[in-house]
Ligand binder design. Structure first.
Ligand code: FMN
Length: 131
């Protein structure tokens, strides 16, 4: 039996001024539930960090829409890989709103969530959060 191949993309971008993150989340949660996508979205008032994962074809289509969205720019893919199992499977799209650099609590929370993630992903997050 062949299992669906799961793809996971982790990227960072710069949000457009005044971007409505709640609206993005609402739209994302709706679409992702239909498409079988899970992930996490962080926004620090400037940067977005997002992980999306799911069946390869869903991730390709979702990322193509996200990449063409004028509500952010300068997208940089930090990791793009195949995963044996979902690493962010609990959230259709989880959000963190406080500044990524604002105190240790948010970073610690995210790092805990990344504790079981591969080194590549944790290193990518650390590099992105330090920007
Ligand atoms: C930072 C950011 C993250 C986004 N994340 C998702 C997402 O996880 N899933 C999704 O379907 N759309 C996401 N979008 C929205 C897409 O770019 C696009 O507007 C949307 O998928 C269009 O779907 P609709 O035509 O069904 O409204 C995101 C947009 C931005 C700016």
């Amino acid at each position: 039996m062949t299992e669906t191949t799961l793809r996971q993309i982790f990227y960072v971008s710069r949000g457009a001024p005044g971007v409505d993150v709640d609206q993005i989340l609402q739209q994302s949660r709706h679409n992702n539930a239909v498409d079988g996508i899970t992930g996490v979205l962080w926004h620090d008032g400037d940067h977005f960090l997002q992980v999306i994962e799911g069946p390869q074809s869903s991730v390709a289509a979702t990322y193509a829409r996200i990449a063409g969205d004028p509500r952010h720019r300068d997208l940089t893919i930090l990791s793009d890989r195949t995963v044996a199992a979902r690493e962010f499977g609990y959230w259709s799209m989880e959000r963190a709103t406080r500044s990524l650099n604002d105190g240790d609590a948010v970073l610690a929370r995210i790092e805990r969530r990344l504790a079981d993630a591969p080194d590549t992903l944790r290193r990518a997050f650390a590099a992105a959060a330090a920007r």
